[in-house]
Design a protein around this ligand. Structure first.
Ligand code: AMP
Ligand code: ZN
Length: 465
């Protein structure tokens, strides 16, 4: 498996620390509003990465935070807390807002077949961890206290910028929505670990700490949660490209200062989805959500397919025209799969191997989902029998997650394996001369509307609905 690693700025061979067990951390959503379909493109790509690793035989333990405190309107340390802004907008409490939008995010993930990570942790549930983390950095001399806040001193590090190729000034311009220099900082890129004072002093959620009554900075959340749930050595850390600086750069700075060694080997940063006017934003009026796509009559899985048709390291511009075309493609695909009839056909494993290998190769090659889709079309066009085609469609859909096999068909295929296992059991009973058991199996099937017939070619069956 090879994929683009921001840490080395190149496509790297993936070698997990612990053999086939992979530890993966995902920066979760800031739950102050609905996720836009841009945010969800990142989660679709991360989902594809996790499922591809599973398909290739790895076991992935994945942890995600839910940012319900500390993420300011600017990704640097200026601006209002996004959560508080959301609460004011809707005249609700921060906790109500967090609960509502976490549930909505989960619903969107379900609609897009994005697997919910095994470990999901709201940031507000880990305050003690952040305090311990900051105390540890303090003891090691990486922090200073100024103007009521605890800062991380970036001048203590030799290689603060290693995740990015850009220079300091370009980076700061990219993250500042409001140019507002914090006079307390000793160095331009120092960042807040714990706030007790900010220009916006009406923060709703605050906690006691050794530095005063206040709240944590955004970056400390992910580092603490990752260390607590996944340990000191991490294989993959994910987030959209906007997270590279300052969020992930700061996460590396503080985590490695704490653990005293390299923390994470692979940084997975999918590129953004833009709209025709440029950057996606939640600040102006109606924005693109999964619900909006549904209101306009689209299937959310057409959007998933749209994302899979492009490469995760390429920006994608969303248009409704493109979505409409993809929905047509998706419906055609579903119809082709529906037209397959596997009844009384066998799957020859030798025939399907080549396609499985091609599919694996596409994923292994920097997660090339569009090539993986081409392999799916190759299967449908091939001279494999329908049972083999269906087998492969189901197999590939473990990664693609496009519901290519309808629930009814899945039930049909489960029923088929149930009947076949019963027929085999009955055959064995007859070999053992246990005619009573053989009869019992026949009756059991009959009660379910399945009539079996013994012919010279073997046992066949008919389902009477
Ligand atoms: P947030 O809720 O702002 O914390 O962002 C959640 C995730 O969406 C993060 O991984 C961001 O990097 C990612 N993200 C933000 N904007 C976009 C976009 N336009 N396209 C793709 N991913 C995005
Ligand atoms: Zn994060």
């Amino acid at each position: 498996m090879r994929f683009f690693n921001t840490e080395t700025h190149q496509i790297d061979e993936f070698v997990p620390i612990d053999g086939k067990n992979v530890k993966m951390y995902t920066c979760g959503p800031t739950v102050y509003h609905y996720a836009h379909i841009g945010n969800l493109r990142t989660y679709i790509n991360e989902d594809i990465l996790e499922k591809s690793l599973n398909y290739l035989g790895y076991h992935v333990t994945r942890c995600m935070n839910i940012t319900d405190v500390g993420h300011l309107t600017s990704d640097a340390d200026t601006g209002e807390d996004k959560m508080l802004k959301g609460a004011k907008r809707e005249h609700k409490s921060v906790l109500d807002i967090a609960k509502f939008y976490t549930d909505k995010f989960k619903e969107d993930c379900d609609k897009l077949n994005i697997k919910w990570p095994e470990i999901v942790v709201p940031a507000t549930s880990q305050i003690d961890e952040y305090i311990l983390f900051i105390q540890n950095l303090e003891q090691k001399g990486y922090t200073y206290f100024a103007g009521g806040n605890v800062y991380f001193d970036t001048s203590k590090l030799d290689n603060y910028y290693r995740l990015t190729n850009q220079n300091e000034n370009e980076l700061m311009e990219a993250v500042r929505e409001d140019v507002d220099v914090d006079q307390n900082k000793k160095n331009k890129n120092d960042f807040v670990l714990w706030f007790t004072k900010s220009k916006f002093d009406d923060q709703e959620l605050k906690w006691d700490s050794p530095w005063g009554y206040g709240y944590p900075g955004w970056h400390i959340e992910c580092s603490s949660i990752s260390l607590k749930y996944l340990g000191e050595y991490l294989d993959i850390h994910c987030g959209g490209v906007d997270n590279i600086f300052p969020h992930h750069t700061n996460e590396i700075a503080q985590t490695e200062s704490r653990v005293g060694h390299k923390w994470c080997n692979y940084w997975f940063h999918p590129e953004h989805l833009n709209d025709e006017s440029g950057k996606m934003s939640k600040s102006n009026g109606e924005f693109l959500t999964v619900s909006l796509l549904e209101e306009k009559g689209y299937n959310p899985l057409s959007y998933r397919l749209l994302c899979l048709q492009s490469h995760f390291k390429k920006q994608l511009v969303f248009t409704f025209d493109a979505l409409m075309q993809t929905e047509n493609t998706y419906n055609k695909l579903l119809n082709r799969v529906k037209g397959l009839n596997a009844a009384n056909l066998d799957v020859n494993k030798d025939n399907i191997l080549k396609y499985q290998n091609d599919f694996k190769e596409a994923l292994e090659n920097n997660l090339n989902t569009s090539n993986a889709l081409t392999v799916l079309y190759d299967v449908l066009k091939s001279d494999l029998n329908d049972a083999e085609k269906l087998y492969l469609v189901k197999d590939f859909d473990q990664v693609l997650s496009l519901d290519l096999i309808s629930k009814e068909e899945e039930i049909d295929s489960d029923l088929k394996s149930y009947i076949e296992s019963k027929i085999e059991e009955r055959k064995q009973a007859k070999v053992n001369k246990d005619y009573e058991l053989a009869d019992q199996i026949r009756k059991e099937l009959e009660e379910k509307g399945i009539i079996i017939k013994d012919t010279r070619e073997g046992t066949t069956y008919e389902i009477i609905k």
